[in-house]
Write a protein that binds this ligand. Structure first.
Ligand code: ADP
Ligand code: ADP
Length: 226
């Protein structure tokens, strides 16, 4: 777990678009922070800068007291979950969960422990021997989350992870996400344009507009007294 701090962070894309404009945001150790705002407000860019997938044009970004401006993604000890699940189609659920750890040469008993634990947490035990094609959208999204969980990272970054699911599954997954966060307590940054997700998921919500931070507060304060 680690806190994430953005100080005066700017992102100017090569075309000249200022996607993020002087962003100041402190995400506490173990906090679940939702970044919300309309399409194009800069939320994905902000998340991708935290992940290291996008360079910062100006300002300082730190993860757990370490400035990471120039640190490549693989050295940031974070795991990202995207809306397109990116599972390996030829591998079973179990193999999908284990794959990243195998690449990192994690000892086999440790892989087994982590995969078992993640599968239990996510209700994936009955599906471990199935391939992604034989899973529902919600189950696939759980596997994608499981792949992030087994890495035991300092932070989770999620970019609209529920947007491909139907309404009923989204309700279920919102509940699962809150439970997971309660159990793991990992610092989480969650990007969405969905007001309901912002209201029901985070400890705090950061509202972005035109690349600028408009408000940061608890969902209760934001949505009870907008
Ligand atoms: P959001 O996630 O809130 O929809 P983005 O962070 O994707 O917003 O985009 C913020 C702004 O930056 C938009 O104006 C978008 O068109 C622009 N943008 C995003 N990615 C790029 C890119 N790779 N090159 C140039 N402009 C980009
Ligand atoms: P996974 O563990 O999710 O299966 P891989 O092992 O395929 O991922 O990851 C390949 C490389 O990309 C690794 O160096 C890893 O640190 C990095 N990486 C994996 N997932 C992410 C992510 N969500 N964000 C940033 N870097 C990542």
């Amino acid at each position: 777990m680690a806190k994430i701090v953005l100080e005066n962070v700017d992102k100017v894309y090569s075309g000249g678009v200022k996607a993020v404009d002087n962003l100041n945001l402190e995400i506490a150790d173990g906090e679940f922070m939702v970044l919300v705002g309309p399409s194009g407000c800069g939320k994905s860019t902000a998340l991708r800068m935290i992940a290291g997938l996008e360079e910062i044009s100006d300002g300082t970004l730190s993860i757990g007291d370490k400035v990471v401006n120039d640190l490549p993604p693989k050295n940031r000890d974070i795991a990202m979950v995207f809306q397109n699940y990116a599972l390996y189609p030829h591998m079973t659920v179990e193999q999908n969960l284990a794959f990243g750890l195998k690449l990192r040469k994690t000892p086999k008993p440790e892989i087994e422990r982590r995969v078992k634990e993640a599968a239990a947490m996510l209700g994936l035990e009955p599906y471990l021997k199935r391939k992604p094609a034989a899973l529902s959208g919600g189950q696939r999204q759980r596997v994608a989350m499981g792949r992030a969980i087994v890495r035991e990272p300092q932070a989770f970054l999620m970019d609209e992870p529920l947007s491909n699911l139907d309404a009923k599954l989204r309700v279920q997954m919102r509940a699962s996400l809150n439970q997971l966060h309660e159990r793991l307590g990992v610092t989480t940054v969650y990007v969405t344009h969905d007001q309901i997700e912002a209201m029901t998921l985070g400890d705090r919500v950061a509202v972005l507009r035109d690349g600028r931070l408009q408000q940061v507060d608890t969902p209760k304060n934001l949505f009870d007294h907008p």
